[in-house]
Design a protein around this ligand. Sequence first.
Ligand SMILES: [Zn+2]
Length: 548
Amino acid sequence: MSAPARLPIPRSLRVETLLLEEAGLTILASSEATDVRCPLCGDPTDRVHSRYVRTLADLPWAGVPVRIRVRARRFFCDNGACPRTIFAERLAAVAPAYAHRTDRQRDALEAIAFVAGGEAGARLAASLGYPVSPDTLLRLIRCAPEEAAAVPTVLGVDDWAYRKGRRYGTILVDLERHRPIDLLPDRTAEALATWLAAHPGVRLVSRDRSGAYAEGIAAGAPAAVQVADRWHLVDNLRAAAQQVLERQRARLPAFPVPAAPDAEAAVPPPAAPDRTPLGSYGRLSPRQEHARQAARTRRLGRYERVVALRAQGWTVRRIAREVGISERTVNRWLAVGRFPERKRRAEARGLLDAHRPFLDRRWAEGCQNVARLCRELRDQGYAGSCALVYGYAACLRTGIPPPEASPPEAAAAPVGQPLVPREVVWLLLRPAAKLAEPERLYVDHVRQACPVLATAADLTREFVAMVRGRQPERLDPWLRAASTSGVAEFQGLAAGLERDKAAVAAALAERWSNGQTEGQVLRLKLIKRQGYGRAKFDLLRKRVLRAA
Ligand SMILES: [Zn+2]
């Protein structure tokens, strides 16, 4: 054949025939190597003993599996001193001895395995023309050689969960080279200490404020500077301020305060009238109403649990694990400062009220395609759901009169509303020069009504300025001020910071922080999820460490 010379076949093979079969394409080839040496003694030989056939899976051809059937030779070794008398020739640059796939197929499958893992990788490989099992792919990951990473001088340490709330491991990140360099199977001080002792040269370690890592670093790399994570510091502070506000909540005046100079106690105004119009499109059945109440009770229970745990000083992360909700929800709930009721239908319905004349007009014009109406409404700034539009359209279609639109005055923001703690924090922390007059009045009023809040606000502002300005020299005065402030939450916080003072001061002085490490934890989670629970530690470690 003349064409085969141009086929992408290794040079040492000569193609004899191509067979198109049910299972794919088979290439019949023979070995043409001339310089054959005994694998044991290395002596050259050309005395053929016999021939045999090796079958090697190769790269697929446009999705069609390809295998190479090589007629290989056995040779005599003529070296009298060599214990080997007969040997099979090696197919150098094609496949290793005893392998069932070519080197290039193994490389391709290994790349697929590292990117997609076992299960997804096997599905992807099958669609490309490599029939291969998930276990084979996982074996390829296990056997892949590991690149030796240089010992970092700046190390980030954080934990990650094998199973939320059950078992944790540790990730180590080279913060200068932006890459994970090792995974440890647990998050104990001993494991970290052992690793650090075996990898001398780490100069600085950024960690969260957990005691175990602090201990491990002190034991394994006593000379390394420990840096507490700035984000966690500010988060601890925010939590303390929030607790003070919760405690003082009842004393918070309404906003804006009455302008009268003798207004000593601003009485919170009556709550805004419930703008629930009569009638309903999409009224709840008793069963639905019951389910709604049950859901609310469950949600309220979770909310109360979150607040209680926070008051005990738990981190957002731990609370989320414990209660079984996302960190985002925990953060949102803590920020709002009161139980966030789900939007009632009537409230949501208010969103549609302003658009009803438009809907009526379009309906009368003959446009009764709800999806289209919904798009048109969105263009006009409608922020409610399409379900509401469907409900309203159903009323128009059936002739059942829709409920009255809400009275427009109820939709306007009522005067003199209590602010939620988050809004109060915002006002208290803003520089006085940036406050509008009613806001300035309000802040003055809050500071007079609750001296504790004034103190907490000053401490918070001072701390944030110190973190932003990277001014470790302000830490000691701040700790003194906080511990003598008489505000319990800040005294507790100061005591905790005092115990970890060197690392806190380093956080104020160093530019390193743990944000990058947390990003690597996210990547690890993605890989772990692809493993469908079969991601054993060694596999996970290999995949995480393979440079992304
Ligand atoms: Zn030999």
